[in-house]
Design a protein around this ligand. Structure first.
Ligand SMILES: NC(=O)c1ccc[n+]([C@@H]2O[C@H](COP(=O)([O-])OP(=O)(O)OC[C@H]3O[C@@H](n4cnc5c(N)ncnc54)[C@H](OP(=O)(O)O)[C@@H]3O)[C@@H](O)[C@H]2O)c1
Length: 352
């Protein structure tokens, strides 16, 4: 039996994770947490809000599925990495914000860090068992979101409702807006750098509008491996929770009987500047990625509340990044300070 703790259990990923746990006899739900919604009786141990590491201490899980949204997931990520408890990570923001600190905790803990983000799960599977020197580069794919193909002028007045209408994935509101701005691909670029140890100039982003191809890895001999499947988060969730078994899921395999056309195009970095801003933050290193994430969280919340325009999200992040120092953090307290300072700057700089 694997005892699983699901953090963020009321969310899009959390609910799908419950489905996977329920359908697999070797998985047992040991603990569950939400941010504010009541979840009494859902698991033997539950917690609503507060310090989620207390729940993890009490429940002693074999696997932590971190599906909290945003920086709030960071203490749980560090808890699992530090103790060598298998971490199935959906909460990309924590790895982006903690960066090197998270990698050091993983080094000390020696446990498994299994990505749940579909692109990173795909890349992990293409990379598994390969020697680093065989790998040329990683290609992350993205659908391009609901506004792919639009000009900046056409984005001026878009509403949260329009941004929340994602063409291929049904997800929580924050990541759905991130997908519309391409901040999500930016966060994924940073996440991939820390997960796979590849420099930024060897990670490329390409759009594949139907979200069938999740990632590709190019090798030094000219071969490229790709991971394909219908867009359904239960696949990477199940892969991570049942690793290395790769248990069966109810999701249909790809069907070629009606033909299948795959199209790729480069992202429009001028119309959607957050991807390039994330890349620059990653190259600058230190706590620039943490500040990128914090400013983006503030700006997305303001957009969803109707206090900021869609284009204002990128403008706010850019202003914040220009104002921070980005010095490396020594510990979680340092990081929390950087996060808070960037949030204050972003809130002050909200660019209408
Ligand atoms: N959805 C996807 O398909 C998908 C794909 C790839 C990666 N991810 C990543 O997975 C994470 C979750 O995404 P989601 O779409 O599932 O988000 P979501 O639907 O908005 O759910 C977020 C979950 O986090 C909980 N939460 C929020 N703040 C919290 C806090 N301070 N402490 C504890 N729990 C808190 C929420 O609890 P309440 O309900 O009580 O507020 C909810 O259970 C994000 O990092 C996202 O980037 C998601």
């Amino acid at each position: 039996m694997k005892r699983v703790a699901v953090l963020g259990v009321t969310g899009s990923i959390g609910r799908q994770a419950l489905e996977i746990v329920d359908s697999h006899p070797e998985l047992e739900l040991a603990a569950a947490a939400s941010g504010s919604q009541p979840i009494d009786g859902l698991a033997p141990l539950t917690q609503v809000g507060g310090d989620l590491t207390e729940l993890l201490e009490r429940s002693e899980p074999d696997v932590v599925l971190n599906a909290v949204v945003g920086f709030a997931g960071l203490p749980a990520t560090l808890w699992a990495l530090e103790r060598g408890v298998t971490l199935a990570l959906a909460n990309k923001e924590s790895l982006v914000a903690a960066g090197e600190l998270a990698l050091q905790a993983r080094e000390r803990g020696g446990g498994l860090l299994l990505p749940v983000d579909s692109e990173h799960s795909a890349a992990f599977q293409c990379l598994e068992g390969r020697e680093p020197e065989q790998v040329d580069s990683l290609v992350l794919t993205g659908s391009g979101g609901p506004f792919r193909g639009r000009t900046r002028d056409e984005l001026e007045d878009v509403t949260p409702e329009e941004a929340l209408a994602h063409p291929t994935w049904r997800m929580g509101p924050k990541i759905t807006v991130d997908s519309a701005t391409l901040a999500n691909k930016g966060l994924e670029l940073l996440e991939a750098h820390f997960l796979f140890g590849l420099p930024y100039d060897r990670i490329e982003v390409v759009l594949q509008p139907t979200s069938i191809v999740h990632a590709l890895v190019r090798f030094r001999d000219g071969a490229t491996l790709a991971h394909l499947g219908y867009p359904d988060m239960r696949v990477p969730i199940s892969f991570a929770l049942t690793y290395p078994e790769r248990a069966a899921t109810p999701i249909a395999p790809l069907d070629f009987s009606q033909g299948l056309v795959l199209e790729f195009e480069p992202p429009d970095l001028e119309t959607f500047p957050l991807l390039a801003l994330a890349r620059r933050a990653g190259e600058q290193g230190g706590t620039f990625p943490c500040a990128f994430n914090a400013a983006n969280e503030v700006a997305v919340a303001a957009f969803l509340e109707g206090r900021l325009s869609f284009l204002g999200i990128a403008a706010t992040v850019e202003e914040t990044l220009a104002a921070v120092e980005g010095a490396p953090a020594r510990d979680l307290a340092d990081l929390t300070e950087v996060d808070q300072a960037a949030r204050r700057l972003a809130e002050k700089d909200l660019v209408a």
